[in-house]
Ligand binder design. Structure first.
Ligand SMILES: CC(C)(COP(=O)(O)OP(=O)(O)OC[C@H]1O[C@@H](n2cnc3c(N)ncnc32)[C@H](O)[C@@H]1OP(=O)(O)O)[C@@H](O)C(=O)NCCC(=O)NCCS
Length: 171
């Protein structure tokens, strides 16, 4: 993974995240096959803009990250401090994406580990129930990070979340 870079996206790179978000939503739309209102393209052939994306540059508790290989985008992450369960956290991976061409080669785990290295404390990854592959991914990413401890996996079906919530302490 020598050529992978994981860097904070600058405000003038928000459009790169927005473009990748279209691909991300397309992936998720397959999970929403039975939901009338979600996962439909607009008349212009684009999905809705991600609500509050600009807050990832104005709110100091949030950050947008770009993954690149040989300088070209291969994925992104949005990190905030919004928990999906009543348990307190320091950081949450709100969104995380690797383009299909580069999947199953360790890009996701390497990028996740780079993120974990940016902040000590309790991290959370919440995974929607239908996204079984992502749950396997986060289990692997958390368990393989050196020094990670207190890994907790909960199954939620409540007003806050429907699916798995993984928490673990870094540092
Ligand atoms: C989930 C995602 C980020 C994984 O990225 P990736 O670069 O392919 O992940 P890695 O190659 O680092 O995978 C590491 C390990 O995670 C597990 N894993 C990853 N994707 C998996 C899948 N689809 N099914 C089962 N296990 C999976 C495997 O154990 C894998 O190791 P292996 O390939 O040696 O079996 C990517 O598939 C993606 O962007 N999916 C769409 C968006 C999404 O669901 N994001 C997560 C939201 S919570």
């Amino acid at each position: 993974m020598a050529s992978l870079t994981v860097e904070r996206a600058a405000a003038d790179e928000a459009h790169v995240i927005a473009n990748l978000m279209q691909l991300y939503i397309h992936d998720f739309s397959a999970l929403w096959f039975d939901r009338e209102a979600e996962g439909e393209l607009g008349p212009d052939g684009r999905y809705c803009d991600y609500p509050g994306l600009e807050s990832y540059w104005s709110d100091p508790a949030r950050g947008a990250w770009l993954f690149r290989i040989k300088g070209l985008p291969v994925g992104f992450a949005l990190v905030n401090d919004v928990a999906h369960s009543p348990s307190p956290i320091d950081r949450a991976v709100a969104e995380f994406f690797v383009v299909r061409k580069h999947r199953r080669r360790g890009v996701g785990v390497a990028a996740a580990h780079a993120l974990f290295g940016t902040a000590w404390g309790v991290w959370e990854a919440a995974v929607v129930r239908r996204n079984a592959g992502a749950l396997a991914f986060w289990r692997q990413a958390a368990a393989s990070y050196p020094g990670v401890r207190d890994i907790v996996e909960e199954d939620h079906d409540d007003a806050m979340w429907n699916g798995a919530v993984l928490r673990f302490r870094v540092g």
